[in-house]
Ligand binder design. Sequence first.
Ligand SMILES: C[S@@+](CC[C@H](N)C(=O)[O-])C[C@H]1O[C@@H](n2cnc3c(N)ncnc32)[C@H](O)[C@@H]1O
Length: 265
Amino acid sequence: MRDKSEVVHLEQRAAEIPSMGGAKLAQLLRRSVREAPAGTAVVEVGSWLGAGTAQLAIGVGNRSPGEPVAIHCYDRWKATAAEVKKACRNDVVLTEDGDLLPTVRDLLQPFQVPIHFHQGELSESRWNGQPIGVYVDDASKTPPLFCHALLTFGASWIPGQTVLILMDYHDWKKDNNRDHKCQKNFIEAHDQCFESIQNETGDISASFAMFRYVAPVDLLSGNTFKDLWRLWLQVRNKRGLLDMVRSGYICDCYDLMRVWLRLQR
Ligand SMILES: C[S@@+](CC[C@H](N)C(=O)[O-])C[C@H]1O[C@@H](n2cnc3c(N)ncnc32)[C@H](O)[C@@H]1O
C-alpha cells in the first residue's frame, strides 16, 4: 500500500490528464478497483489518454499487497482533430491521426502499475477468459460494438461480484439517438441479473450508470448465431424479425453479419 503523501501526489497527476469523463468518476473508479476480488481483471473499453485508467491504477495501488488485479485497456488510440484540440487545452500536444499510445504510456507511467494495452478496433477485440472484477465501458455505445463487447467480455463477468460502469449509459437522453439505447435495452431485458448501484456523485445529469452483475445471463456464454441474434433483439428491444423490419432496422442485417464473422475469427 502507498503512503498518504504519495497517494495525494498521484491523485494530482491523475487529475492533470485530459479527460472525457474518467476524472469525474475518480472516486467510483478507485473504490471499485480497491474492492474487486483478488485475481480478477479490470477491463476498460475506451481509455483515450488514460484519465480513467489513472484512477483505476490508483485503486490498484490502494489494495492490500498480495491481492493483485490486472488492468487491461482497449482503444484504437488514434487522435482525431477534436481530440487534438481537447488535449491542447490541458497542454498535452497531440498530432491528428497520430498514434496516442506512446503518450498514454508516458502519462500513466508514474502510477507504477502494470497495464496491458490492447490497441486496435474494438470490433476486433478479444479476451483471454480471466474473470473480470470491474468492467468500464466508454466506447461500446452502438449495437454492433456493444454486442461484440458482450460476447467477448460478458462470459468472464462473475455473478454476484462484477461491477459494470457504463460511462455513457444515459447519452440517448441528450442526443435522442436510438442506437445509444442499446446498453439500457440490454440491462432492462435482464433486470433480474443487474442491480443498480447508487453512487454518491449526486450529479443527476450524469450520463453514466453503475451495476452489479448479480445473476448469470446465459446468452453471454452463447456461441451460436442464434445467441447473437437473440442478443441483438434485446439490445434493439425488439420481439423478432418482423418487428425489426417494421422499425426500419433492416440495415442491421449487414452489421449483424459483420459482428458474427468477426466473432468467428
Ligand atoms: C469518450 S472517449 C474515452 C474517454 C476516457 N474514458 C476518459 O475518461 O477520458 C472514447 C474512446 O473510445 C475509443 N473508441 C471509440 N470507438 C472505438 C472503436 N470502434 N475502436 C477502438 N476504439 C474506439 C476512442 O478512440 C476514444 O479514445
